[in-house]
Design a protein around this ligand. Structure first.
Ligand SMILES: [Zn+2]
Length: 79
């Protein structure tokens, strides 16, 4: 009878150790709710080349949104 108890105890210990090791090996999962939700980015069309660009990356100068490249070009065009 004691053999059965011992076997059961050993199996239970092995399972608990195994589950602990599994938890330890797992990479930390990002907690949901804490991280900010992905922001929707508004895409606008460059008035110069017509490329879709992130609105945050555009510079609006009079004629409408232009991508960084073309807004810089227009700045350099005429001093
Ligand atoms: Zn452009």
């Amino acid at each position: 009878m004691s053999k059965i108890l011992l076997t059961a105890f050993v199996i239970a210990a092995a399972i608990s150790i195994w589950s602990m090791l599994r938890k330890a090996n797992k990479p930390p999962t990002p907690k949901k709710g804490q991280s900010a939700p992905p922001r929707l980015r508004r895409m606008v069309r460059c008035t110069v080349c017509g490329a879709q660009v992130d609105e945050q990356l555009t510079l609006n100068h009079g004629r409408g949104p232009a991508c960084l490249e073309h807004s810089q070009q227009s700045h350099k065009a005429k001093p």
